[in-house]
Design a protein around this ligand. Structure first.
Ligand SMILES: [Zn+2]
Ligand SMILES: [Zn+2]
Length: 170
């Protein structure tokens, strides 16, 4: 069974545990939550954009990764990827990043809604881990592998890969 480690920013509380449970359910992975918290370093910060480059965070994770494991970081900072104004997450080889920053309803001036917030984080984590397991983007808007251009896309899709994507999982 493939092993996935989850590490998270200091103030995300129970989120990693909740995400771990869902990843086990969806992909049947052996998921462990790191007791240590992940500090996003200044290395990935772009002062002009006031955002962190998700690719640079992934590079930091690649160095922390142990052989044979997949590593997912849940971070609370705003992230972008080259060519994008922002991104909810990124996956590079064996490491992935999910940013909770724009998944919080309060970012959009709405009241805090814990179940909506958690569900969004679960969906984006299942999406990035799908990439780690070899899945690509899917046209089906209900499939977790559908690309989220904006938060509405995340709310429309589910946390499960569609039947076609599941058949592509090794
Ligand atoms: Zn994607
Ligand atoms: Zn699909």
């Amino acid at each position: 069974m493939r092993r996935l480690r989850i590490i998270q920013s200091k103030y995300l509380g129970r989120i990693a545990e909740i995400v771990a449970g869902r990843l086990k359910e969806v992909y049947g992975l052996d998921v462990v939550v790191d007791e240590k918290t992940f500090n996003v370093t200044p290395y990935s910060f772009n002062a002009l954009r006031r955002q962190h480059n998700a690719v640079s965070i992934a590079e930091v994770l690649s160095k922390m990764k142990m052989n044979d494991e997949l590593l997912l970081a849940l971070v609370d900072v705003d992230t972008y990827a080259p060519g994008l104004n922002y991104c909810f997450g990124i996956a590079l080889k064996d490491v992935a990043v999910v940013s909770t920053y724009r998944l919080d309803p309060r970012f959009y001036g709405l009241p805090y809604d814990e179940s909506l917030y958690h569900e969004r984080i679960i969906k984006e984590a299942c999406h990035e881990v799908g990439h780690l397991l070899g899945l690509q983007h899917c046209d089906n808007p209900k499939c977790v592998m559908h690309f989220s251009n904006w938060i509405h896309d995340t709310d429309v899709k589910g946390y499960m890969p569609c039947a076609r994507c599941i058949s592509k999982l090794r």
